[in-house]
Design a protein around this ligand. Structure first.
Ligand code: BDR
Ligand code: CA
Length: 362
């Protein structure tokens, strides 16, 4: 068994963010040091509620949850309740979190935790990069203090999912994303030993597709009963949908959250299933052999009327800049899904029916 990898997760929970967190919290090779919150899928305060509730659900409510900057650097705030539900977790209910929000700002969490263990901390950003941009203003040495920055963001050789050329996380705060790309370029120019950003864009995360049959497999792995009643039938009319009756609270959460996401994908992407972008990024943060990458110089367009938020990779080296990003170009999606089912299923099994449910929350 490998040593536990210390990791801070910055997220906009978010249905797939919640699965990414469950993946990490279920993994023996991860030590989740803190979870920080940004606005994106829903507003940051709601993100914090979701993260605290999720931790409470699985009995890990002692992990620090911190807020950061709650609006993008320059642009107005945009959220997407139609994708993730009004509270960001689809049809799922979460208990209230018991540990109060941290008094630290997310940006200080990154900098202080990285300084405490130089070269060891992994920072995983699965929402807009607002908090990281703030952290770089406060601690410009951050790129050299981290073991690795892993982001879910960008669309490199594929269309965007928010505009024809931009992916949601970059679209929400392109100014922050650009600041991050430039900070890494400068850090690598000054010290070629600084680790490049590892970016999982839509090129690979849209290969990570979860289907109802995977949720059934997850329920079976957890020993949840009954495994066929998780309400993942093709309920096109959300108003007529029913809640999961699984006896395992973690499985109920996953099924109720994912059903909303699957209905969204059925409407907008033409299949009843869901891209689970963020869990693939989380799994890759623990084991980079899940993806193949290409080292490229990457920048972000912030101005174009049609192209703001586009991630542009200089494949021919025309900018004469050192590569600042390892861009993921393919992924082992089958192995990733196998691990997801095994890890979250085993966590759910361990907790059994004892997970904290919304009904018993204070
Ligand atoms: C990204 O946008 C969000 O909706 C997801 O949580 C993911 O981080 C995919 O474009
Ligand atoms: Ca996200």
């Amino acid at each position: 068994m490998s040593a536990r990898r210390p990791i801070v997760v910055d997220c906009d929970t978010g249905i797939d963010d919640s699965l990414a967190l469950l993946y990490l919290l279920a993994s023996d090779d991860a030590e989740v040091v803190a979870i920080t919150c940004c606005s994106g899928n829903v507003e940051a305060h709601q993100v914090a509620e979701n993260n605290r509730g999720l931790l409470e659900l699985i009995g890990q409510g002692d992990i620090e949850v911190a807020l950061g900057r709650t609006v993008p650097l320059v642009r107005p705030l945009e959220i997407t309740p139609e994708t993730h539900g009004p509270r960001g977790v689809g049809y799922a209910e979460l208990p209230a979190g018991r540990r109060p929000l941290s008094e630290r700002h997310a940006a200080d969490v990154f900098a202080e935790e990285a300084r405490q263990r130089p070269g060891e901390l992994t920072l995983l950003c699965i929402g807009p990069l607002t908090n990281l941009a703030v952290a770089l203003e406060r601690e410009p040495a951050l790129p050299g203090l981290l073991r690795r920055l892993v982001i879910m963001g960008g669309a490199f050789r594929v269309p965007g999912n928010t505009t024809p050329v931009s992916e949601w996380n970059i679209h929400c705060d392109p100014d922050a994303a650009r600041a991050v790309m430039h900070a890494w370029t400068a850090a690598i120019e000054a010290d070629p030993g600084v680790a490049r950003i590892l970016a999982l864009g839509l090129d690979v995360t849209e290969q990570a597709v979860i289907l109802p049959e995977h949720v059934v497999a997850l329920a079976r792995r957890a020993g949840s009963r009954p495994d066929d009643s998780i309400a993942l039938s093709q309920g096109e009319d959300p108003m007529r949908a029913t809640r999961s009756v699984a006896d395992n609270a973690v499985i109920r959460f996953v099924a109720d959250a994912l059903r909303f996401y699957m209905e969204f994908h059925a409407t907008y992407d033409g299949f009843y299933g869901a891209f689970i972008h963020d869990p693939l990024a989380a799994a890759t943060a623990l084991d980079e052999s899940l993806v193949r990458t290409e080292a490229l110089a990457v920048d972000v367009e912030i101005e174009g009327a049609l192209t703001a938020g586009q991630t542009i990779a200089d494949s021919r080296g025309l900018w004469h800049r050192p590569p600042n990003v390892d861009v993921a170009i393919s992924a082992d999606a089958d192995e990733f899904l196998r691990r997801l089912i095994e890890r979250i299923g085993a966590l759910a099994e361990r907790l059994g029916v004892a997970a904290t449910t919304p009904d018993v929350a204070p």
